[in-house]
Design a protein around this ligand. Structure first.
Ligand code: NAD
Ligand code: APR
Length: 234
């Protein structure tokens, strides 16, 4: 069998069993704030202290003992053992794919463990809280660091690379995403239009469920290892 390339899109659902709440299951409420109210450039302009506090709480949770689950590990195994190319595109801002061993990985919404200078765009790893009084090395000034995360209304990262991979892949798999947020929600149509097989793994059919050729429903920690076993000819 010719081993074509595989593109995997992951959403909050793949990290749910690692203990990180998803967005819409928590009906979008985080510490009494709607994600849309704290994950926008306007929110940061209006109240940077609140936005830093919102992301500091999520960073502390991530660094406080959250581990990759069997779904993350199965995707790392697929990249390692599958003869064709495997690219993981995640909407998640956690580092669980990296910690599970995935290397060909794109964070289209940015990364919680990085901040960036709003003047120079320079990124810095952050292992704890970030605040408005913190100085960036590039400017030696306070108040210029923001979470290195793509907010509502901002453009996701590396879209050219993603569309190129979608147009060339033989299989597109979406795992643990509700299909509410574009442009990620449009990826299945790009892949299908280019002739790829399309498969959705979720607890239940997402709002795009009917667009996929096939859906497999159940916890990602069970469904993803089963799929990888099958793809590796096990
Ligand atoms: P948006 O509402 O600005 O829409 C993004 C694009 O998708 C637009 O071109 C819009 O026309 C299109 N679109 C929206 N709904 C559509 C639909 N039902 N059918 C077809 N096209 C549709 O995007 P957003 O949801 O506000 O998010 C803006 C960006 O912010 C997105 O790129 C998203 O990836 C990112 N984001 C990041 C976070 C985060 O926490 N990191 C949170 C939310 C969104
Ligand atoms: N296994 C598989 N799927 C799961 C699991 C699980 N254990 N738990 C939840 N899910 C599914 C839910 O059924 C839902 O379809 O994961 C999906 C989570 O959807 P959302 O909370 O909307 O998260 P996501 O799709 O990643 O949101 C997209 O919106 O708020 C923005 O930037 C944020 O990246 C996020 C984007």
């Amino acid at each position: 069998m010719k081993y074509g390339s595989i593109v995997v899109l992951t959403g909050a659902g793949i990290s749910a069993e690692s203990g990180l709440r998803t967005f819409r299951a928590a009906d979008g409420l985080w510490e009494d704030h709607r994600v849309e109210d704290v994950a926008t450039p306007e929110a940061f302009e209006r109240d940077p202290v609140l936005v830093h506090r919102f992301y500091n709480a999520r960073r502390r949770q991530l660094l406080g003992g959250v581990e990759p689950n069997p779904a993350h590990r199965a995707l790392a195994r697929l990249e390692r053992d599958y003869p064709g190319e495997v690219l993981v595109v995640t909407q998640n801002i956690d580092d669980l794919h990296e910690r599970a061993g995935s290397r060909r990985l794109i964070h289209m919404h940015g990364e919680l463990l990085f901040v960036r200078c709003t003047r120079t765009g320079r990124r810095y790893p952050v292992e704890g809280d970030c605040s408005v009084s913190q100085r960036c090395e590039c400017c030696e000034a306070e108040g210029r660091l923001r979470p290195d995360i793509v907010w509502f209304g901002e453009m996701p990262l590396q879209m050219d690379t993603i569309y190129e991979a979608l147009e060339a892949c033989e299989l597109f798999v979406a795992i643990g995403t509700s299909g509410h947020v574009y442009p990620a929600a449009g990826f299945v149509e790009v892949a299908a239009g280019a002739g790829a097989r399309t498969l959705e793994l979720n607890l239940e059919a997402s709002r795009l469920g009917s667009v996929f050729e096939e859906g497999r429903y159940g916890p990602a920690s069970e469904q993803v290892p089963l799929l990888v076993e099958q793809l590796l000819g096990g």
